[in-house]
Design a protein around this ligand. Structure first.
Ligand code: A3P
Length: 297
């Protein structure tokens, strides 16, 4: 990543099976689709900006039994590789990196359910899915796309809201993404976690994750993990705050990866008219699902 700053730019989105993905991913799609999962792989799946990094830190600390020093061995993106990430050669892809990672691997993805490589399901791999309410997710994505110099420019706020509603952003429709994983819980080993729930009671949700991973931890270790995965502590930790990421990808003059970490921040950005239009559209897009996000009004 650091060795080839010249390859990074704002890539256009190119559809892969109908889902808009960054051009280098679309160009190198075959090795992703054919990725060979192992039975003990754990997949952390999210729509972008739903709390991926937070869950990565929680999972890494659970698996190390709360060993904070061990979790500082490398930045998040090295400890838990990103399955589908691709840059133009010679930067190694996520798939290239993962081939050499010893088992048991933890893998990050933003792929919608239908694009997750089949081998994960053939091997009955566990999946932790994190979902965040649409409006906060949108706000977070808007600010991220401003500072992430490999994503399309988000443009003005009003047009970004429309793009998000239409699913014309990287990794496609938020609505389809959260709904499909919710439905697939019945068929696969998926733990569905809400960002808002982790904010409300992190120890409770950390316990859900450790139980899902079948790892026993005493109460004091759960408390320790709660502390080390709080927004403030992760924001100060160079191994979890993306401060080590190349400037050519994240422009830290424009924004910070650990931006705010709150529930309900959307209220600071949506106008009344935008909110009404968003809600009406939301009702239509989410019709028929039992998936409910808590009221963050
Ligand atoms: P904001 O932009 O709202 O601050 P992802 O890791 O999926 O890219 O998601 C990033 C979002 O999760 C950002 O949201 C970031 O601040 C938030 N986040 C990261 N770590 C967090 C933590 N420990 N507690 C709460 N929010 C966190």
């Amino acid at each position: 990543l650091h060795e080839h700053p010249e390859v990074f730019r704002r890539y256009p989105l190119v559809p892969v099976h109908g889902i808009p993905l960054m051009e280098p991913i679309a160009q190198q799609w075959a090795p992703i689709e054919n990725f060979e999962a192992r039975p003990d792989d754990l997949l952390i799946s999210t729509y972008p900006k739903a709390g991926t990094t937070w869950m990565q830190e929680i999972v890494d600390l659970i698996r190390s039994g709360g060993d904070v020093e061990k979790a500082r061995r490398a930045p998040t993106y090295v400890r838990i590789p990103f399955l589908e990430i691709c840059s133009p050669p010679p930067v190694p892809s996520g798939v290239d990196t993962l081939v050499d990672v010893p088992s048991p691997r933890v893998i990050k993805t933003h792929l919608p359910f239908q694009l997750v490589p089949k081998s994960f399901f053939e091997n009955n791999c566990k999946i932790i899915y994190v979902a965040r309410n649409a409006k906060d997710n949108l706000v977070s994505y808007y600010f991220f796309d401003r500072m992430n110099l490999t994503q399309p420019d988000p443009g003005p706020w009003d047009s970004y809201v429309k793009k998000f509603m239409e699913g014309k952003v990287a990794w496609g429709s938020w609505y389809d993404h959260v709904r499909r994983y919710w439905d697939e819980r019945a068929n696969h080993r998926i733990l569905y976690v809400f960002y808002e729930d982790v904010k409300e009671d992190p120890a409770r949700e950390i316990c859900r994750v450790k139980d899902f991973l079948e790892i026993d931890l005493p109460e004091d270790i759960v408390q320790k993990i709660t502390h080390h995965t709080s927004f403030q502590v992760m924001k100060e930790n160079p191994m979890s705050n993306y401060s080590t990421f190349p400037e050519t990808i994240f422009d830290k003059r424009i924004g910070s990866f650990m931006r705010k970490g709150e529930v309900g921040d959307w209220k600071n950005y949506f106008t009344v008219a935008q909110n009404e239009a968003f809600d009406a559209d939301y009702q239509r897009k989410m019709e028929g699902t039992t998936l409910r996000f808590r009221d963050v009004l």
